[in-house]
Design a protein around this ligand. Structure first.
Ligand code: ADP
Ligand code: MG
Length: 777
C-alpha cells in the first residue's frame, strides 16, 4: 500500500508539472486566453468552492458558456494542482455519443494532449481511454452499464451529469440510482449541468442542493415567422385566411384537450400554405414528386429559397438550419448540392450535423470556412444545446424534432416528427446571437408557435418502459414500480404495469418479476426486447442475415413509400416482393434486390421504380453492421466471424424467428366465402393497413398473423404482419425459457380456447415437453 501511495504521489507531481508546462507554453497561453473569455471561467472559483462544500451542486448557464468543456476541466485542474491528480476520477455523462466524442477531443486539445492521455471517452462499441485517464466523457448508457458491475462506483470521485434539462429517460433513471448511491459514498461529488432554467426542480429533488447560475450574454436576434418570410418573398400568406376560416381562437382553445388533432391541423395548415406559395426556382415536376414522396419535404423549397436569399443579400456569418432528422438532412443536402449557388463549393460550405456522423465530419463544423465562403450547417436538435457552432448568425428553424411518444392505453410506441416546445424554439433562436446580432427564421406562423407546449414532456413519461424495466431488473434495483415511484416525475401506473406484463409474456421476467436467462441476454442488447429476441434466435438458428435486415427495417422509417396520389402503384410495387404472406419477408426481398442493384450502380433507379426509400435502405445497411457487432459483443455470435450467416432463404425458419419476436402480437385469420377477417383477443375485429402485402390477398393459407404494431385510429389497424402456422405459433410464440412454461401455456391456452382450437393445445403440451427436455440436455 505504501509503495502504491508513493507511485500515485509521484504521478500526481508529474501531472502538476505537465499542466504548468502547458500553461507556460505559447500555445497553452493562447488557449487559456480563449478559455478565460468564456462566461464559465469567471465563475471558476465559486464553482470549485461550492463543489468542495456540497455533495450535490446544480449548475445552469446559456448554451456555449463553457459548462461542458470547462467545468470538468476546472475540477481536474484543481485536483491536479492540489496534488491529487493521480487519484481523482471524474466521469462526465452526455446524452449522445457524438457529444461525448467531440467534447472529449476538444478538452484534450485545450490541454495540449492527445485523446487517451488525461482525457478519454467511451461510447457504445467505441472508446479511447488510457491507464492515466482521469476525466472520462461517456454516454449516460455507459455509466448505467458500469453500475451493473460496480454498484458503488468505486474509485470515482466526481460524477457530472450534463444536459439534464433534456430529461432523457436514461438521465432521469441515472438520477434515481445516484440519489440512492450518495449516502453510501459520502465523499462522492455529483454535479448536474443544465442549459435552461428548470434548476429548482432538480434542486428540490436533491434536498435543496445549491444552484449556481452562470450569467450569459447574448446579442439581439431578429425573429421572423412564416408570414413575415412569405411576405418577404412577395407572396402574401393565405394561411391566415385559412386559419381564420377555422376560427383561430376556437381552434387553439379546443386543441389543448386534443393534442393529436391539434398537431395534424397545424401540420396541414402549414403545408397548405407552403403549397400555396409558388417558388420560382422550382420546376413543378420536382416539387410534385417531392411533395408526394415525403410530406416533410414540403418545406425544402422554402429553406432553399431562404438560404439563397441569405447568401445573396446578407452580411457574412454561418447559417444553422434545424431539421427534423437524419433522413431529411441527407435528402436536402443531396438536393442542395446540385444548386447553382448553394452547391458551389467556392461560395458555400455545406455541412450536416447529426447524431451518427463521423468525427472527421464533425471537425469541419467547428472550423472557420475560407474567406468568402459561407458555412451552412444542416442539423438535428443536437445543435440546440449540446454542440455549439461558433460563428452562427442566421438560424432557420423548421419547428419539428423526432420524438418518441407512447400511448399507454393502446400500448403503442412511435417515433414521429412532432412540434418542438417553446423553450426549444427559443433555444434555437438564441443560437443566432452568440457573436453578433443575428436573424432567426421560424418556418411556421406565429400562431403555431403560440400553440407549442411550454416544455417538452420528459421522455420517461412518453415512451414505453419495457427496456427501462429490464434495466432496473438487471441492476438489481428491487421492485420496478417502487423504484420508478422515486423518479423526478413518475410514469403512469398503467404504463409501468403494461411494461411488466409484456416482459412476463415474452419470457424476459418470470412470475416473481425476476430476470430470466432470456431477459439477461436482452439487457445486453440495447434494442427493443422484441427485436432483441429476433436477433438472439436468428443467431442460434443460423439465419441471421435476413433477420438483421428485418430488425434494421423495423428500426427505421417505413422503407416502402406510399405517395398519396400513386397509392395503387406503390402498393402493387410492394406486393411483387412477396409471395409469402409476409411484410417482413417482402422487406428482405426488397433489400436484397437493392443490394444487387447497388452492385450494378443502379440502386437509385431500383428504389425509384419500386417506391422504396433510398435513405431507409442505406440506414438498414449500416444498422445491420451495428447489430452484428452488438451480437458479437454479447457473445451470441463468434467474435471471429466476419460474414453474417450464409444467406439461406429457409422461409419457414425465418417465419418462426419473426413469430418468436412479435409474440404476443397475434391475430387469428377467419376465412369466409370471398375473403377473410382478422381478430385479436383484446380488440375483436381488426383491419390491415392498406400497404400490407396481406391486405391485397383474398385468402391467407395460414391460421394466424403475427404483427409488430397495432394502431387505433377509428378502428384498430395492424401494421407489418407475417402469416404463421399453428405449429410455429405453438413452438415459438412465447419464450423457450423453462421457468416460464406455465405462464406461457396459460396465455396460449387462453388464445386457443378463445379461438376454439382446443385440439391443438394437446399437441402443444407434448411438443413443449419434448422441447423442454431437449433444452435441459
Ligand atoms: P456549454 O456546455 O456551456 O454549452 P461548451 O463547453 O460546449 O458550452 O462550449 C464552450 C465554448 O467552447 C463554445 O462556445 C465554443 O466556442 C467552444 N468549443 C466547444 N467545442 C469546440 C470545438 N470542438 N472546437 C472549437 N471550439 C469549441
Ligand atoms: Mg454543453
Amino acid at each position: 500500500k505504501a509503495v502504491m501511495e508513493k507511485i500515485l504521489f509521484r504521478r500526481s507531481l508529474q501531472l502538476r508539472d505537465q499542466l504548468q508546462a502547458w500553461q507556460d507554453s505559447l500555445e497553452g497561453r493562447k488557449m487559456l486566453e480563449f478559455r478565460k473569455s468564456l462566461p464559465a471561467y469567471r465563475e471558476k472559483d465559486a464553482i470549485l468552492t461550492t463543489v468542495s462544500q456540497n455533495q450535490v451542486v446544480i449548475i445552469s448557464g446559456e448554451t456555449g458558456c463553457g459548462k461542458t468543456t470547462q467545468i470538468p476541466q476546472f475540477i481536474l485542474e484543481s485536483e491536479i494542482e492540489s496534488g491529487r491528480g493521480a487519484v481523482c476520477n471524474i466521469i462526465c455523462t452526455q446524452p449522445r455519443r457524438i457529444s461525448a466524442m467531440s467534447v472529449s477531443e476538444r478538452v484534450a486539445s485545450e490541454r495540449g494532449e492527445k485523446l487517451g492521455e488525461c482525457v478519454g471517452y467511451k461510447v457504445r462499441l467505441e472508446g479511447i481511454k488510457g491507464r492515466d485517464t482521469h476525466l472520462l466523457f461517456c454516454t449516460t448508457g455507459i455509466l448505467l452499464r458500469r453500475l451493473l458491475c460496480d454498484r458503488n462506483l468505486k474509485g470515482i470521485t466526481h460524477v457530472i451529469v450534463d444536459e439534464i434539462h433534456e430529461r432523457g429517460m436514461n438521465e432521469d433513471f441515472l438520477l434515481i440510482v445516484l440519489k440512492d448511491l450518495l449516502p453510501r459514498r459520502p465523499e462522492l461529488r455529483l454535479i448536474l449541468m443544465s442549459a435552461t432554467l428548470d434548476a429548482e426542480l432538480f434542486s428540490s429533488y436533491f434536498d435543496g442542493a445549491p444552484i449556481l447560475r452562470i450569467p450569459g450574454f447574448a446579442y439581439p436576434v431578429q425573429t421572423h415567422f412564416l408570414e413575415n418570410i412569405l411576405e418577404m418573398t412577395g407572396y402574401r400568406l393565405t394561411l391566415y385566411n385559412q386559419i381564420d376560416d377555422y376560427g383561430q381562437e376556437k381552434m387553439w382553445r379546443t386543441s389543448k384537450q386534443a393534442p393529436r388533432k391539434r398537431k395534424s391541423q397545424i401540420a396541414s395548415a402549414v403545408e397548405d400554405a407552403l403549397r400555396a406559395a409558388d417558388f420560382k426556382e422550382y420546376s413543378p415536376q420536382t416539387r410534385e414528386s417531392l411533395s408526394c414522396w415525403n410530406p416533410d419535404c414540403i418545406g425544402f423549397n422554402l429553406i432553399e429559397y431562404l438560404l439563397c436569399y441569405i447568401c445573396e443579400n446578407e452580411k457574412p456569418g454561418a447559417v444553422l438550419v434545424f431539421m427534423t432528422g437524419w433522413d431529411d438532412i441527407s435528402s436536402l443536402k443531396d438536393k442542395l448540392s446540385s444548386h447553382p449557388i448553394l452547391g458551389d463549393p467556392s461560395r458555400v460550405l455545406l455541412l450536416a450535423c447529426h447524431g451518427s456522423m463521423a468525427s472527421s465530419e464533425q471537425k469541419l463544423i467547428f472550423d472557420d470556412p475560407k474567406e468568402g465562403v459561407r458555412k451552412i450547417v444542416l442539423a438535428t436538435n443536437i445543435a440546440e444545446t449540446s454542440i455549439t457552432i461558433n460563428d452562427v448568425v442566421f438560424v432557420l428553424d423548421c419547428g419539428k424534432a423526432k420524438e418518441t411518444s407512447y400511448d399507454a392505453l393502446n400500448n403503442t410506441p412511435c417515433l414521429l416528427p412532432s412540434w418542438i416546445s417553446k423553450v426549444s424554439a427559443q433555444q434555437r433562436r438564441g443560437r443566432a446571437g452568440r457573436v453578433q446580432p443575428g436573424q432567426c427564421y421560424h418556418l411556421y406562423p406565429r400562431c403555431v408557435y403560440e400553440a407549442f407546449a411550454e416544455y417538452q414532456l420528459p421522455e420517461i413519461l412518453r415512451t414505453p418502459l419495457q427496456s427501462l424495466c429490464l434495466q432496473i431488473k438487471s441492476l438489481k434495483l428491487g421492485s420496478i414500480s417502487e423504484f420508478l415511484s422515486r423518479a423526478l416525475q413518475s410514469p403512469e401506473f398503467l404504463a409501468v404495469q403494461n411494461a411488466i406484463e409484456y416482459l412476463k409474456i415474452i419470457g424476459a421476467l418470470d412470475e416473481k418479476e425476476n430476470l430470466t436467462v432470456l431477459g439477461r441476454y436482452l439487457t445486453v442488447l440495447p434494442v427493443e426486447p422484441k427485436l432483441g429476441k429476433m436477433l438472439i434466435l436468428g443467431s442460434i438458428f443460423n439465419c441471421l442475415d435476413p433477420i438483421l435486415t428485418i430488425v434494421a427495417g423495423l428500426s427505421v422509417r417505413d422503407p416502402f413509400l406510399t405517395p398519396l396520389d400513386k397509392k395503387d402503384l406503390a402498393e402493387a410495387a410492394k406486393s411483387q416482393f412477396s409471395r409469402d404472406y409476409s411484410d417482413h419477408l417482402a422487406l428482405v426481398q426488397a433489400y436484397e434486390g437493392w443490394k444487387d442493384a447497388e452492385r450494378d450502380f443502379a440502386g437509385y433507379d431500383y428504389c425509384w421504380k419500386n417506391f422504396i426509400s433510398v435513405q431507409s435502405m442505406k440506414a438498414i445497411d449500416s444498422l445491420r453492421k451495428e447489430f452484428f457487432s452488438l451480437l458479437k459483443d454479447a457473445g451470441l455470435v463468434d467474435s471471429n466471424t466476419t460474414t453474417y450467416n450464409s444467406w439461406s432463404y429457409e422461409e419457414r425458419l425465418i417465419r418462426a424467428v419473426i413469430c418468436y419476436g412479435l409474440y404476443p402480437g397475434i391475430a387469428s385469420v377467419v376465412h369466409n366465402e370471398k375473403s377473410f377477417s382478422l381478430k385479436t383477443m383484446e380488440d375483436g375485429q381488426v383491419l390491415l393497413y392498406s400497404n400490407s402485402v396481406n391486405a391485397r390477398e383474398s385468402k391467407i393459407p395460414y391460421p394466424w398473423l403475427v404483427f409488430n404494431e397495432k394502431i387505433k385510429v377509428n378502428a384498430v389497424f395492424l401494421r407489418d404482419s407475417t402469416a404463421v402456422s399453428d405449429s410455429v405459433l405453438l413452438l415459438f410464440g412465447g419464450s423457450i425459457s423453462k421457468g416460464d412454461t406455465d405462464g406461457h401455456l396459460k396465455m396460449l391456452g387462453g388464445y386457443l380456447e378463445f379461438f376454439m382450437k382446443p385440439d391443438v393445445a394437446e399437441i402443444y403440451q407434448s411438443l413443449r415437453r419434448e422441447l423442454d427436455e431437449f433444452i435441459q440436455t
